[in-house]
Design a protein. Structure first.
Length: 157
C-alpha cells in the first residue's frame, strides 16, 4: 500500500514523456499546422530548434501566361507569367513545370524551372514568396516545334 502513492506521479511523467516523444517524432507535420505551430514555436525558442517553412502549393497560382517569339534570338520564345501567393503566409518559391502540348493535349515538351532560374530584378536571390502578392516572371526557352500548340505552367509539388 505504501508504494501506491508513487504510481500517480510516475504515470504523469510517463504520459508527459509519451506526448513529448510523439510531438518530436511528428515535428515536421504538426509544426506546420496552425493550432500547434505556436506551441512548437515556443518550444523551439527554448531548445533552439528551427520551425520548417509553411508550404501550401495549392495557394500558388500562375496566371496571365503569355508565350511570344524572342525578339533577339531566332528559334526561341519568351514566356511571361504572374505568380500569385494567395496563402496567409510567406512561403518558399516553387519550382515550375512549363509544359507544351499537341492538339490532343499530350505533352510534346516540358521543362522544370527552379526559383534561381526565373527570379530576376528585385526578386533575384529571394527564397520566400510574399503573402498576398504577385510576382512577374520571364522565362526564355527554345521553340518546342510545330506540334506544340498549347502550353501551361504547373506548380511543382
Amino acid at each position: 500500500m505504501e508504494s501506491n502513492w508513487l504510481w500517480a506521479p510516475l504515470t504523469l511523467v510517463a504520459a508527459i514523456t509519451l506526448i513529448g516523444l510523439l510531438a518530436w517524432v511528428n515535428f515536421d507535420h504538426y509544426s506546420r499546422i496552425s493550432p500547434y505551430r505556436s506551441y512548437y514555436s515556443n518550444a523551439c525558442s527554448v531548445i533552439g530548434c528551427e520551425l520548417p517553412a509553411l508550404v501550401s502549393r495549392k495557394d500558388i497560382r500562375a496566371v496571365n501566361l503569355v508565350v511570344r517569339s524572342h525578339p533577339t534570338v531566332a528559334g526561341a520564345f519568351i514566356v511571361d507569367a504572374v505568380l500569385q501567393n494567395t496563402a496567409e503566409f510567406d512561403q518558399p518559391f516553387p519550382s515550375l513545370d512549363l509544359v507544351f502540348t499537341d492538339v490532343g493535349n499530350k505533352p510534346v515538351a516540358a521543362r522544370r524551372f527552379h526559383p534561381a532560374e526565373y527570379l530576376a530584378g528585385e526578386m533575384a536571390g529571394k527564397t520566400q514568396m510574399p503573402s498576398q502578392k504577385s510576382v512577374h516572371i520571364v522565362l526564355e526557352i527554345v521553340d518546342p516545334g510545330p506540334d506544340a500548340v498549347g502550353y501551361r505552367i504547373e506548380i511543382a509539388k
